[in-house]
Structures are given as structure tokens and as C-alpha cells.
Design a protein around this ligand. Structure first.
Ligand code: CA
Ligand code: CA
Length: 203
């Protein structure tokens, strides 16, 4: 009888120990999963943050069929535009052609993104003067085409630093939207619109 009771006690203790071990394993597993998930989120956030330090946006009427091109020259002389989409620490995300590349026909259905915008991302700082030009590659609409050019800081909350508007009337017009000086600490200053051609045909 005593022996049976001892056996029952030992079995009960084994069960408790096994349950405890199982619980600890489960706890450690969940804890590790939470750490891994947290690390992955941190990496994702870091990637988003490091995608760019500044963006230059160029917008014109979304219904317009005009093809405006963006040119950005960094202090090292690197020039980004539709034929050279990545140079130095800058890249142009796409060449917007007006309405031509805003639609896609998929199985007879039209998918449209009516947007006229070009964006140049500055991923790292080259200290010195940046020049931003816009060029009317193809003036297909009647009347003037106002174009808005902005410099936006992407670190933390997006912050518009500078904005200018230029107006085009004809094919092949080129205008300096603005220049600015970027310092190593990320500060931007000396904004001005002193003209300087950047299109290959003019330099
Ligand atoms: Ca374009
Ligand atoms: Ca477009």
C-alpha cells in the first residue's frame, strides 16, 4: 500500500516536472518568437527610414498629356534624368510620360493611375550645391503647364523644405526650379533660382 502510494507520488511528481518543463519550453519558444518578430520589425523600419534622406517631387496636372522631365545634378557632377536614372547617391523612380504610361490593359480591363509625377530620391549626403531643373520634353496640351517642384526631408516625419512653381508654354523649354546647398549635417540652405542648363543638348 505504502509502495503504491510512493509510486503514485513519484508519478505525480514526474507529471508535474514534465508539465513544468513543457511550460518552460513553450514560454522560451514564445519569448524567442517575440524577440525575432521585434528584430524583424526593427529591420523593416530601418529599411524604410534609410530608403532616402530627401526627395525632390515634380508634379503637373494629372490630366495633362505633357511629358515633363526632371534633372538633378549633385555637387560631384552626377546627373540624374530619364536616360540616367541612378547616379551617385540619387535615383529617379520613373519617367512619367504624361498620360501614356498611366494605364494598363489587363484581360480587357483598364487599370489606370492618373498621376503626373516624377521623384528623385537623395539617399546620402554629398555636401555642396544641388541643382534641380525641369524640362518640357513634349508639350502636347494647349495652354500653359504649371509644374510644382518640392524638396522634402524624409528623416522622421516628411517635412517640406522648399517649393517653387515654373510654367511651360512650349516644347523643349528648360528651367532651373531651384538650387540649394546641402551640408554634412543634413541642413539645406542658400536656395535660389539662378539658371543653369542641365539637359545634354545644352551643356
Ligand atoms: Ca518625363
Ligand atoms: Ca503620368
Amino acid at each position: 500500500m505504502t509502495r503504491n502510494r510512493n509510486n503514485s507520488t513519484v508519478s505525480f511528481l514526474d507529471l508535474m516536472m514534465n508539465s513544468l518543463a513543457g511550460f518552460i519550453c513553450l514560454f522560451v519558444f514564445v519569448f524567442m518568437m517575440l524577440i525575432i518578430k521585434s528584430k524583424m520589425k526593427e529591420e523593416t523600419d530601418k529599411n524604410i527610414e534609410s530608403a532616402g534622406l530627401f526627395v525632390i517631387t515634380v508634379n503637373w496636372n494629372d490630366k495633362s498629356d505633357d511629358d515633363v522631365d526632371t534633372y538633378v545634378r549633385d555637387p560631384a557632377g552626377n546627373l540624374v534624368f530619364f536616360k540616367s536614372k541612378e547616379k551617385g547617391l540619387m535615383h529617379l523612380d520613373r519617367d512619367d510620360l504624361g498620360t501614356k504610361n498611366d494605364t494598363l490593359n489587363e484581360d480587357g480591363d483598364e487599370i489606370a493611375v492618373k498621376k503626373n509625377e516624377e521623384r528623385v530620391i537623395i539617399r546620402g549626403i554629398v555636401p555642396g550645391e544641388y541643382i534641380i531643373n525641369v524640362h518640357m520634353y513634349a508639350k502636347n496640351d494647349w495652354g500653359p503647364t504649371p509644374v510644382t517642384i518640392k524638396l522634402v526631408r524624409l528623416i522622421g516625419d516628411d517635412q517640406e523644405i522648399f517649393k517653387n512653381e515654373v510654367t511651360f508654354w512650349n516644347d523643349d523649354e528648360e528651367k532651373t526650379a531651384f538650387r540649394f546647398t546641402l551640408k554634412a549635417d543634413g541642413s539645406a540652405s542658400n536656395f535660389n533660382t539662378l539658371p543653369r542648363p542641365l539637359t545634354p543638348a545644352r551643356i
